[in-house]
Structures are given as structure tokens and as C-alpha cells.
Design a protein around this ligand. Structure first.
Ligand code: ZN
Length: 216
């Protein structure tokens, strides 16, 4: 399954292309060309900003998971005032709404496992947008965290820098949880805006390794 669609049209800046492919899940963000985008069924959207959901029209036959809080925030006239161009959503767009059950996953207070193997899990990461979800893919001895726009970069997470665009919940709590999770579990952290995201995945560079490099 895959998460996010990238924008509807690829950007010229190839450095912003981010495609992370794992054994159980893939992640498409920013400017992944639609020709690549259509090859895998879409499982869900981390949030509804256009650079993550703008290519949703390529997936008319998929069940698409979106958090209920995110759709509530992004839909209708209010949603458009908030910067979500929802009139561009295809008429068939009726995502499966997710209310994460109160099943703790490490420091995250709620979660939903998506696979029988239990290796792909949704967790809440509100802040950048109210209903943003992240995807934790447990892959051999590491976790890979598909983080949406939880921070502009890994460095920004470590420096507590915020991408908050909504005042509803502070991102600081989300950052605390992500940091706590990565302290417990070797984690490759993949925020979509980070130019280093794709390379970090290829190298399986954990956030702990980055901390050690910063200290050295
Ligand atoms: Zn966003």
C-alpha cells in the first residue's frame, strides 16, 4: 500500500521528489510524477494539503484512509478559507474516515494497525494540520516513520522547530512523542519536506545516528 499522492503535477525541482519504498508500504510526496504514482494502490493520506493529496484523482478505485479530524477541518467553505482547495477533489472522493482507537503505540496515545502482520501502523501527529496521521512501518530491526509534514526536516524536529499551520493543537506534543518513540526504537524519520528524506531511507540512517553525528 502507499501513502500520499504528491501534487497533481510534478514540479521541475527533481530534488524534491520523494519516493520511499519499503516491504510493506510506500510513500509518495511532493513531486513524484503521476506515472510512478499510479502503480500502487493508495492506502491513505497523511493529511489533505495539496502537495500530499493533489494526485488523489489518479486513484478512483482505492479505499483511501483519511482521519476524520482532517477531513472535518479541510472540507467545505471553511476548508477552502483554510487553504485546502477542496473543489479540486474528485466527485467520487469519499475517503474512509479514521478515528484512531485509544490503543497506545509507544508514546502515541492512539493507533491503528493496517496489516495482518502488524507491521504498518497509523499514529496521530496533529500540529501541522489538525488530523495529520503518520505511518510507522516496522521493517526488520528498524522502524520507518512516514511523518507527513510533522517537521520541515529531521534537524528541525531535533531543534523543536515547528511547521504548525493550525492553532488547534501545538505541534510540540507531537514532536515530544516522535522524539520519545525514536529514543525507544531505531527509527528512520521521513518528513516529506526534508530534502534528505530519500537519501536517509536508502541509507537506512536512523535519527539516533544523526544525533551521534551531531555530537561527534
Ligand atoms: Zn502539509
Amino acid at each position: 500500500m502507499r501513502f500520499d499522492t504528491s501534487a497533481s503535477k510534478p514540479r521541475r525541482d527533481a530534488s524534491m521528489i520523494c519516493r520511499a519504498t519499503l516491504s510493506s508500504a510506500s510513500y509518495f510526496c511532493r513531486s513524484t510524477p503521476p506515472s510512478i504514482a499510479v502503480r500502487l494502490p493508495l492506502g491513505g493520506l497523511t493529511h489533505l494539503h495539496t502537495d500530499h493529496a493533489g494526485g488523489v484523482h489518479h486513484f478512483p478505485d482505492n479505499e483511501i484512509l483519511v482521519s476524520r479530524a482532517e477531513l472535518d477541518y479541510a472540507a467545505g467553505l471553511r476548508g477552502r478559507f483554510r487553504g485546502y482547495p477542496n473543489k479540486r477533489w474528485p466527485a467520487w472522493f469519499r475517503p474512509t474516515l479514521v478515528d484512531l482507537p485509544a490503543v497506545p503505540f509507544g508514546p502515541f496515545p492512539a493507533s491503528m494497525t493496517l496489516t495482518e502482520a502488524g507491521d504498518v501502523t497509523l499514529v496521530p501527529v496533529p500540529g501541522h494540520s489538525p488530523g495529520q496521521l503518520a505511518v510507522v512501518v516496522e521493517d526488520v530491526d528498524q522502524a520507518v516513520l512516514l511523518a507527513g509534514d510533522s517537521s520541515y526536516s529531521q534537524d528541525a524536529l531535533l531543534r523543536w522547530s515547528s511547521t504548525a499551520s493550525a492553532p488547534t493543537r501545538p505541534p510540540r506534543l507531537t514532536h515530544q512523542r516522535i522524539r520519545a518513540y525514536t529514543a525507544q526504537t531505531p527509527t528512520v524519520y521521513l518528513p516529506a519536506p526534508d530534502p534528505e528524506t530519500a537519501a536517509r531511507l536508502v541509507e537506512r540512517r536512523t535519527i539516533e545516528a544523526a544525533r551521534e553525528m551531531a555530537i561527534a
